[in-house]
Design a protein around this ligand. Structure first.
Ligand code: NAD
Length: 499
């Protein structure tokens, strides 16, 4: 008998384990792609194929949208409290199967066990926000004049879609699904073709929690699937998370087809280190931010701007980084293309005069996969590619300046604006910097300043296209539209302009 949460993933350690092939989930059926195409899903630690994923196209998007459209009337008519109950049940199922979910992520994405577990915890936290909506989002009403009442309610948009990246296979879909589904939409999700299994598991778990067929559909694939989503006339809104290049394409193409689009893009996050900062706090936090999840986080520290003499901090960071063990303290990156790209940035920075304080090139881990050691570059300048491009790997580029204003000018010049943080022991300095950062998510003595629920997630500038943020209350607003109803039941003696 099949398990209610789908085929079990049996891996319970980093040892290589295979998994089943991933199909599309349309109207409550697992189906092959119309294209007949599929591609390998490679375990980044071992470099071995753990399964395959179908690669869909426009016909698969059509089928998923048709299923979502058919499911919409009944789902919309289901009271919000009942819709939220499904998320409560899903939370229980995810907690019961936490180990399996987390090990699956270790294998498809390469994360360390602790990183995987934390990302599933965060996915559950996002789910809790969805559970709360039925208590938080009742709408509102007011007597706006004598005998005249105005009421606002938030209505679903219809069929909506989400397109997600490889770095958080379970968490990023949960930035979208709770708010979108609880508010009454039906959904087409396009997982990353590099890591399709996390979303596949979620679909099984949603089903086990009682989500009606067709309310959530998965179409696997890459560019062709994404383009079909952008162009489809029956998809009303798209949430996208990925690189800036693709975020811009999806934003523009989706908007050209009249859709509401919120597209979160890439990042180049600056951490400003002032030499009054706590030595241990800063020296532990900064490498943890740069090298956690092998630097494959949109919130990872990428540039460290040291103000004044920060040598003792750099020395301590180098010492701590040199202690990191491959495969235990840092996992692999996603594929060989990532290893090659990161190598190119370091070679180039070295050629331009940067000093490689810790060199991750050629470092191997336990397994024949895609390893890259943590790397610290010193003497980087803001115009070097390593100083301004998103590298998306375990590389920390140090730029040294004399004043805080100089540091802020460098941060402000970056076209991105996802996160920025300052390390200092002085409250005024912290406030001065935070008020001037060009970033949507700022930190004080925190290397990864992710605003946890109920606060919303989203950057500024080239790190986000569209209005509002992805999670929290903003997420609810994004996936709904307000209906205002103005009512009068009797003619009033004292006429107003609304009479
Ligand atoms: P990506 O942009 O390559 O892929 C994202 C999605 O777009 C995937 O589902 C992919 O299949 C699809 N896609 C890829 N190329 C496409 C194309 N040419 N046309 C249409 N669709 C395409 O991103 P990735 O490599 O999977 O993820 C890493 C990137 O995501 C980094 O830039 C990272 O900063 C960013 N990211 C941002 C956030 C955020 O909140 N801002 C969060 C996580 C990741």
């Amino acid at each position: 008998m099949t398990h209610p949460t789908g085929p079990r993933f049996e891996g319970k350690s980093y040892d290589f384990a295979k998994y089943v092939d991933c199909q599309n989930w349309i109207g409550g059926e697992w189906v092959a792609a119309s294209t007949g195409e599929s591609q390998a899903v490679v375990n980044p630690r071992h470099g071995e194929v753990m399964g395959r994923v179908v690669m869909g196209g426009a016909a698969d998007v059509d089928a998923a949208v048709a299923a979502a459209k058919a499911a919409f009337p009944a789902w919309r008519a289901t009271p919000m409290r009942e819709r939220a109950q499904i998320l409560y049940r899903l939370k229980g199922i995810m907690e019961e199967n936490m180990e399996e979910l987390a090990w699956l992520l270790c294998h498809e994405n390469g994360k360390l066990w602790g990183e995987s577990k934390a990302s599933v915890d965060k996915a559950i936290e996002c789910l809790e926000m969805g559970c709360s909506l039925a208590n938080m989002m009742a709408g509102g009403q007011l007597d706006v004049s004598r005998g005249v009442n105005c009421e606002v309610s938030y209505e679903p948009l219809g069929v909506v879609a989400g397109i997600v990246p490889f770095n958080f296979p379970t968490m990023v879909p949960m930035w979208m699904l709770p708010q979108a589904l609880v508010s009454g939409n039906t959904f087409v999700l396009k997982p990353s073709e590099k890591v399709p299994f996390g979303a596949q598991k979620l679909a099984h778990m949603f089903k086990a929690a009682g989500l009606p067929d067709g309310v959530l559909n998965l179409v696997n694939g890459a560019q062709a699937t994404v383009e079909a989503i952008c162009d489809h006339p029956d998809i009303k809104a798209i949430g996208f998370v990925g690189s800036t290049k693709v975020a811009k394409i999806v934003y523009e193409r989706g908007a050209a087809h009249g859709k509401r689009v919120l597209a979160l893009g890439g990042a180049k996050n600056h951490l400003v280190l002032v030499n009054d900062a706590d030595l241990e706090l800063a020296s532990e936090n900064i490498p943890a931010s740069a090298f956690g999840c092998a630097g494959q986080r949109c919130m990872a520290a990428s540039v460290l701007v040291g103000v004044g003499d920060v040598q003792k901090y750099v020395d301590r960071m180098v010492e701590l980084t040199n202690q990191m063990e491959m495969g235990k303290d840092i996992g692999p990156v996603i594929d060989q293309a990532a290893v090659d790209r990161i190598t190119r940035y370091i070679d180039d920075a070295e050629k331009r005069g940067a000093k490689v304080l810790v060199d991750g090139r050629g470092k191997k881990g336990p397994g024949n996969g895609f390893w890259f050691g943590p790397t610290i570059l010193d003497g980087v300048t803001p115009d070097m590619p390593a100083g301004c491009d998103e590298i998306f790997g375990p590389v920390l580029s140090i730029i040294r300046v004399n004043t805080l204003d100089e540091a802020l000018r460098i941060e402000n010049k970056s076209p991105y604006g996802n996160a920025a943080a300052i390390f200092t022991s002085n409250g005024h300095t912290a406030r001065y910097a935070v008020e001037r950062f060009q970033a949507g998510m700022c930190g004080v003595n925190i290397g990864v300043p992710v605003p946890r629920e109920p606060f919303s997630f989203g950057g500024w500038n080239d790190s986000k296209f569209g209005h509002g943020d992805m999670t929290g209350e903003d997420g609810f607003r994004f996936w709904t539209r307000p209906r205002k109803v103005t009512t009068k039941w009797a003619k009033q003696a004292d006429q107003t302009w609304m009479g």
